[in-house]
Design a protein around this ligand. Structure first.
Ligand code: GRF
Length: 193
């Protein structure tokens, strides 16, 4: 068995736009001995992302790109990823869609966590739509990112029951708790041979 240290773990970048609770869960996971990843870089399109505070707390390099010019921002991000030898990107509440160009030119794996049981409810407002549709269950999905939105190979899913009294907010909160467990589990699944 290979002993994983910060040096030989898979260099990972986490992309965020908001609170960063999934980022926090991934950082905590990355510190475990059994974790195959190390988080080397945090990227955000939003300078006001609350999650950026975790860069300071955990001493991780962070970069913010304004996305006024998407093509240019993506090129700069690709450069940064290459410079930092990043082999895995974890999208965690990143509210920008990566272009085909970006996906083709990043030589590594890109994962995303989505708050629904894909292929149901791709895109935004998933909880609202699941409740409106009178679904019995919703949940979350970790999948590989390809050029079609929320459509890449599914790695793992977790079901969450929708109760009669659930609102989009209560459902989001319940699912988020599961997201924090599912993302690390999916990473283990991909990288532990
Ligand atoms: C999560 O529900 C994630 O699935 C979705 O956006 C939310 C981000 O939450 N794409 P956080 O920023 O990780 O707290």
């Amino acid at each position: 068995m290979v002993l994983l240290t910060g040096f030989n773990k898979i260099k990972t970048a986490v992309f965020i736009s908001g609170k960063g609770s999934n980022l926090k869960a991934l950082i905590k996971f990355s510190k475990l001995k059994k974790s195959p990843i190390n988080i080397n870089l945090i990227i955000s399109n939003n300078p006001k992302s609350k999650g950026l505070k975790f860069a300071k707390i955990f001493k991780i390099k962070k970069k913010v790109f304004n996305y006024n010019h998407k093509n240019l921002s993506e090129k700069k991000i690709l450069f940064e990823l290459k410079k930092n030898k990043i082999k895995l990107i974890c999208l965690a509440g990143f509210m920008k869609i990566l272009s085909k160009y970006f996906i083709k030119n990043f030589k590594g794996i890109i994962l995303n966590i989505h708050p629904s049981l894909l292929p149901k409810f791709k895109g935004l407002n998933t909880h609202e739509r699941a409740i409106k549709n009178k679904e019995k269950y919703s949940g979350c999905t970790v999948h590989i990112v390809n050029s079609k939105l929320d459509s890449g190979k599914i790695i793992l899913q977790k079901k969450v029951k929708i109760q009669k009294y659930d609102t989009p907010k209560t459902l989001a909160d319940k699912i988020l708790i599961q997201e924090h467990k599912l993302y690390p589990k999916a990473i283990m699944e991909i990288f532990s041979l």
